[in-house]
Design a protein around this ligand. Sequence first.
Ligand code: SF4
Length: 374
Amino acid sequence: MQVRNDWTLAEVEALFALPFMDLIVEAQRVHRQFHAPNTVQISTLLSIKTGACPEDCAYCPQSVRYDTGLAAEELMELEAVAEKARAAKRAGATRFCMGAAYRSPKPKDLRKVTAMIREVKALGLETCATLGMVTPAQAFELKAAGLDYYNHNLDTSPQYYEKIISTRTYQDRLDTLQAVRDAGMNVCCGGIVGMGEEPADRAGLLQTLATLPSHPESVPINQLVRVAGTPLADTAALDPFDFVRTIAVARILMPRSHVRLSAGRGEMSDELQALSFLAGANSIFYGEKLLTTGNPDTAHDQRLFERLKIVAEPPQHAHATHATTQAATGHPVPDESILARPDTGPAARDSATPEAAPLAAIAAALRESRTAAA
Ligand code: SF4
């Protein structure tokens, strides 16, 4: 299977429309072709500056516009962040993500954050930051400090976006992603489901991600945490199978990416998490807090991994080549040109059988959609 960046919306919707079991089998087949089975990447997320954010993201308790009872906190001191990073490493994390509730970082704040990045990097951890919008110059500054990943989510489809955020545009987000790419960093970009969007919006989000010039290396799929005081507090809960479908379709569309179970995991049963891993999720945030919302405790996660015989993925630097190549040339490199590798997983050995049914179903669904459109 080739990594594609030209998925049409009809193809994405056809994947969502597959019978659930066919979709899961196809996602697992793709997963095993591109990733070690039974292996999950573990990141830890620390809020280094909490609350008082001027943006109006309707899901976010950190917005200054909503009364959620969240206590705002200034940017943390360097040593306090280093201590958290050392603890995360001891607990088994391989990547340490630092999140700050900014619209975009001010120069003096960016200087402090780059010092934190250097400190965390020196511990042998991969580094990730989410600081809001960044300019091309800021992205290069972060890269120079040793930042491996920058997180900036698209949140939802281009169509639904304006119902969620009014203080910055979809294009603003795409511009930040491009700045991150141009600086040679890996991109972490996904969205949130369960915000009252239509199924077409989930398809639209994934199609946008899967048609970026290069797929994000990490694709967090968040489930809305309905926080009292935010405009989305009373949103109806998403059908868990629709959440798993989103994971599975992301896995098929972006086979090389790490698909991450992120916010909302604290409200998921062990069985739902296991089903999500089966559908192709292979990354989690580990630790008791996700910026400001709850997360399963580490002991519980360790027990779940033992029960499922899942092991933590070691830090990897494979993506650096991809990003560096783009930074050097200034042009995005199509995934398939440098990332294609022979099929080596178990699914590759008997691909004829597991592949046939779901692909036939996709083809049939595509035929149906074309007939309907004609
Ligand atoms: S999601 Fe980020 S930008 Fe939006 S309100 Fe929350 S902290 Fe601010």
